[in-house]
Each structure stands twice: as C-alpha cells, then as structure tokens.
Design a protein around this ligand. Sequence first.
Ligand code: KIV
Ligand code: NA
Length: 275
Amino acid sequence: AKPITAPDIRAMKNGEKICCMTAFDYPSAMIGDQAGMDLLLVGDSLAMTVLGHEDTLSVTVDEMVHHTRAASRGVERALLVADMPFMSFATVDKALENGGRLISEGRAKAVKLEGGVPVAPQVKALTQAGIPVMAHVGLTPQHIAEFGGFKAQGKSADAVKTLIEDAQAVEEAGAFCVVLEAIPVEAAELITESVTIPTIGIGAGNVTDGQILVYNDVLGFFDRFTPKFVRRYADLGAAAREALQMYCADVRRTTFPGDKNTFYMPDDQLAQVRK
Ligand code: KIV
Ligand code: NA
C-alpha cells in the first residue's frame, strides 16, 4: 500500500474520517498499520501505559526516540507521528533539536506537540525545517499541574474562544492537523468549522474530522483508569492473564512441554550414550 503522507492527512477534511491510534513499539505499530489506521502516534501517553509513570511528564526525548524507532519498523502505510515530550519544545531551538531527533533517529514522519498560540513559533519553525507538525489543544496532559488533573476543558464560552484562537494559530503556523482532547462536542464542532486543517478528536464527540484513542485503552491492556471517552473493543489484558495462568498450571502439573514441544535424540545415539 502507498504510504500516507502529512499532505494526504491534511487533505482529508470534511470527507472520509481519519482513523488514528497510538502505537509504542514494533508489534503495536504493525497491528495498527495492518488494521488500516491512517495515522499512528507514538504518544507520550506511553509514559503511563507502557512505562508505568503516574503522568506523561517524565518521559524523555531519548525514550521517545527509542519507542518511535521500534514503531517505525512495523509501519508500511500509516503516517507515523512522534509526540514531543514535556519541555522538549520549550524554545524554538529545543523544538528544532528534539523534533529533528524524532525524525532522524526515531524515523517518524511528523511530530506532535501540545499547545496553541504559545507554541505557534515552534510549529512554524519545525514546519519550515521540513518537519510536519500535528498540534494538540484542549486537555493537554502535559499541563495537568496547571489544570489540577485530567479534566475536560473548553466548557465556558471564553474557553471555547481561546481554543478557536489556539487552533487557528497552529493552522496559521503550518500544522497539518490538530488533536482536540476532552472538550464538549459543541466546542469541537465550532473549532472544526473554524480551521481548514483536519481536527482529530479524543473525547471531542463524533464531529471531528478524525478520531484517535490509546491502543492500551481500546484493547484493555490498561485498567488503572479508563476515561469516559474510551470505548474498549477487547479485553486482551484479561485474555493474556488467563493464557498465562493456564501456562503456569500446565508447568506445575508437567503437562507442558508436551511431546510436540520436545526434542528427542536419534535412537542410535541414545543407545550409545546410555551404554
Ligand atoms: O499521548 C497520546 O497518546 C496522545 C493522544 C491520545 C492524542 O497525545
Ligand atoms: Na500525548
């Protein structure tokens, strides 16, 4: 299949919905790609779902490069986007240096960063350097200290006006799409109508140009907490646990390994060694 590019995603506005999922390593990226995702994001949510941190703040650029590079080996068609971690784009220079690493070392085709008006200079510099940028507004988890937790945003008229300004600023700066996270559906609709780039929703209702969810939430691999906006399509955590329990039981009662899993010596060699 022909690889999907950032301009391809940008062109998918008011048409076919854009299907996105997170990925964090070779098998998760391969499964997402084979399932037909248009875009795969190596999200910094992997800090929580894969590395076991309390929030997304402590994942490093080195770690994101490592996971992105693994994911890149599993992708043939989907556009691979790498999240820029907390503080890695605090200045334009940092954004260029760290964004560059996610592309050249991580083998991502684009980067994502959180924020609107305040990060427009970073979005512009990255885009001009040849790095396509996916923006992210609404509940931006790198700002939980400021928000006081993982709380839905954009509930007041003023907040929605600010979100529209943020989305327009990143569009103006060159972003090829923008994530809208945990905002009322009415706000998502207004923002989607206010920009010419696609909006990718997570907890933003069914009015955005695309949807994204976290792989571990969708498949039931992460149950520390499940946000309201998640739909769980499988319980692979439970399936994995049951399978491993069966393995343990078989080991303990010596029904594993069985004949089929066992190597045997040729009879003549066995006779010689036993004599
Ligand atoms: O890190 C992440 O998984 C994300 C998406 C859910 C948008 O930023
Ligand atoms: Na993220």
